[in-house]
Design a protein around this ligand. Structure first.
Ligand code: FE
Length: 359
């Protein structure tokens, strides 16, 4: 096997193969000698990830190029991924678990998937403290901001100085947003609960429901398309969906992106709602050293791939990158809440959505 080649297993095949390797089943080393479990695993890192993004594949390739360590990545949806690693327990071949949204990282931590990695303390200093688990179980490596994409010919952006403004009756029949079952909306409302209280958050959610242009449907990109098509005047979306459309190669997609402007209003005065994609060292990582090497790379040379290839912001705020569309969105004044609180408040957020009838 060539160590410079990235291996992509399908989820189940990889889980089976890696479990076998972790159990020390006999295997042939490249020179024909019987391999010990150590030599089978030397030079690899096993990443369980809920992300399917170009930036991540670029990081894997560049990391292998730089270190010779082969990356095995296993992709699955966030909840399935968590369940798989949890059920495999100490037999899990996972070295690193990566998922999207602090709410899911919170669930993964509750399921016992992570261990602290003090070797990363130096490099983690570049990541704002509120984007890391308080006890070091996981950390954000890229961030996204929930904001407002609007039609500049129909919306005066000076009327939106805070997300609270969107609950005003003046926006009746003008707002598009996806369903409340989506974790972005859950974390958004969880952040508002943290900043204010349950009553205030519930009043805001009820106001949004009263102002919807249509029943929630589709993902964030569909909300932006609806604004461009005139179905609504503004949409609540993550910033990178706007960035992706504005930087699209397809002229039709780019026209949709160009039809909207984007702002990042604060949440009840507390700053913009920032969420993360995050990673942590798996509780039973069989290749701990390689995992530390990968996580270190992720927070150093790997940072630029996120803004450049997926329009996310790097979690390391000093990281350099080239993306004029992100630059055009301006400075982020982020809500200083520790993103761990988003998971803690997610249950309360869901109960509010149910009470106000946000489908
Ligand atoms: Fe997304």
């Amino acid at each position: 096997m060539t160590r410079s080649l990235r291996t992509h297993f399908t989820f189940l095949a990889a889980a089976a193969a890696l479990t076998l390797a972790a159990c020390g089943a006999p295997d042939a080393a490249p020179d024909g000698e019987a391999a010990t479990p150590e030599s089978v695993d030397a030079g690899v890192v096993n990443i369980y990830t809920a992300r399917y993004y170009a930036s991540d594949y670029a990081v894997y390739d560049a990391f292998t190029e730089a270190t010779g360590i082969e990356v095995n990545y296993i992709e699955a949806g966030g909840d399935l991924l968590i369940e798989r690693v949890r059920l495999d327990a100490e037999r899990s071949p996972a070295d690193i678990v990566i998922t999207v949204d602090a709410g899911r990282l919170w669930r993964a931590e509750q399921a016992g998937l992570f261990q602290a990695a003090p070797e990363l303390n130096d490099v983690l200093e570049g990541v704002p403290a509120n984007l890391r688990h308080p006890d070091g179980a996981w950390f954000g490596f890229s961030t996204r901001v929930r904001g407002v994409a609007y039609a500049p010919d129909r919306v005066d952006a000076s009327e939106i100085t805070d997300f609270a403004d969107l609950a005003d009756p003046r926006w009746q029949g003008r707002i598009c947003v996806r369903s409340s079952s989506n974790v972005y909306n859950q974390s958004h409302l969880a952040a508002l609960i943290n900043t204010t209280d349950v009553e205030t958050a519930e009043a805001w959610a009820a106001g949004i429901v009263a102002n919807l242009a249509r029943a929630p449907q589709g993902g964030d990109t569909d909300q932006i398309r609806a604004v461009a098509a005139g179905e609504c005047d503004l949409a609540i979306v993550n910033h990178y969906y706007v960035g992706r459309l504005k930087r699209a190669d397809d002229p039709a997609d780019r026209a949709v992106g160009d039809a909207v402007d984007f702002i990042m209003p604060p949440l009840a005065g507390a700053g913009s709602h920032v969420n993360i994609s995050g990673a942590g060292l798996a509780a039973n990582a069989p290749n701990r050293e390689n995992a530390i090497a990968f996580l270190t790379y992720l927070l150093t040379d790997g940072q630029r791939f996120f803004p450049e290839l997926t329009n996310e912001y790097p979690a390391v705020t000093s990281a350099n990158y080239d993306n004029a569309v992100l630059d055009s969105f301006g400075e982020i004044n982020a809500d200083p809440v520790n993103v761990n609180a988003l998971g803690e408040n997610a249950g309360e957020a869901q109960r509010i959505f149910d009470r106000v009838g946000w489908p």
